[in-house]
Design a protein around this ligand. Structure first.
Ligand code: CO8
Length: 262
């Protein structure tokens, strides 16, 4: 999966604590079944590997991903999709559950499954020229890789329904306005800026970051008392970590601005 010459449609490139899951499937990074499954495998690998402390999702300079491979999907019948749909969602859920900070670096189109992939990240950087949307309705479908769930949780039900009902694409600027992306930067700087976000967190306390992500993500799926229980158990658990000792010692001995991870 790490070999550029293998012709793989996606790969995990690791340097300096940051793992980049790079889609590479001309044209448009259309996500066929094999690439969807590969994404899931790469996400699990990124989760497992100790040399990966933060992750960037990236499709290259021109396009993030134009969604599922429509040509492949067209040949599938109802039975085939019943058998496939869970595997598709599991692959995307593996990305959403990477227990480390994950940022999407979105250039060009992020449509359908491409937009849904970006939704699996913790934050999204988009280039000024990026276009995002859930155009499945135009194919007589609805999003199937988590879009109805993750988009509505992120931007609220009314904005999610507007995008899903109409299938319209939004510019990076509108995406930022509705909270679908977090930062809009010049197209040529998307990867660099997203990578810098990841690199900073790669220097952070890994267990506390994992705890923060789980507490937010699992807490959002439950009632507040259960969410608070998740939080306090993680909070107390972190008192057993070396990072906590180092973090508190450095505050007491050197003052707030001095710790390396700030
Ligand atoms: N699947 C297969 N081929 C595609 C796809 C796609 N999703 N998108 C583009 N292509 C191909 C085109 O067929 C074309 O191929 P060729 O050169 O051989 O004719 C090539 O890429 C370039 O495309 P265009 O000529 O259309 O280029 P434009 O710049 O004019 O337009 C667009 C680019 C806007 C991206 C346009 O191609 C488009 O609208 N694509 C379809 C987008 C779409 O509807 N995506 C949703 C797919 S459904 C989906 O994702 C279901 C989600 C649930 C499953 C998720 C699984 C991951």
């Amino acid at each position: 999966t790490n070999d550029e010459s293998s012709g793989a449609t996606a790969r995990l490139e690791v340097a300096d604590g940051v793992g980049t899951i790079r889609l590479d499937r001309p044209k448009m990074n259309a996500l066929d079944v094999a690439t969807q499954d590969l994404l899931g495998e790469l996400a699990r690998e990124a989760g497992r590997r100790e040399d990966v402390r933060a992750v960037v999702l990236y499709g290259g300079e021109k396009v993030f991903a134009a969604g599922a491979d429509i040509k492949e999907m067209r040949a599938m019948d109802h039975t085939a999709m019943v058998l496939r749909a869970r595997g598709l969602q599991e692959a995307f859920t593996a990305v959403a559950r990477i227990p480390k900070p994950v940022v999407a670096a979105v250039t060009g189109y992020a449509l359908g499954g491409g937009c849904e992939l970006a939704l699996c990240a913790d934050v999204r950087f988009a280039g000024e020229g990026a276009k995002l949307g859930q155009p499945e309705i135009l194919l007589g479908l609805i999003p199937g890789a988590g879009g109805t769930q993750r988009l509505s949780r992120l931007v609220g039900p009314a904005k999610a329904k507007d995008l899903i009902f109409t299938g319209r694409t939004v510019t990076a600027a509108e995406a930022r306005e509705i909270g679908l992306v977090d930062h809009v930067v010049p197209d040529a700087e998307v990867y660099e800026k997203a990578h810098a976000w990841a690199a900073r967190l790669a220097r952070g306390p890994a267990l506390a970051l994992r705890a923060a992500k789980e507490a937010v993500d699992f807490g959002l799926e439950t009632d507040i008392d259960t969410g608070l229980a998740i939080e306090r158990n993680w909070f107390a658990g972190l008192f057993a970590t070396e990072d906590r000792e180092i973090g508190m010692r450095s505050f007491v001995e050197q003052g707030p601005g001095k710790a390396e991870f700030r």
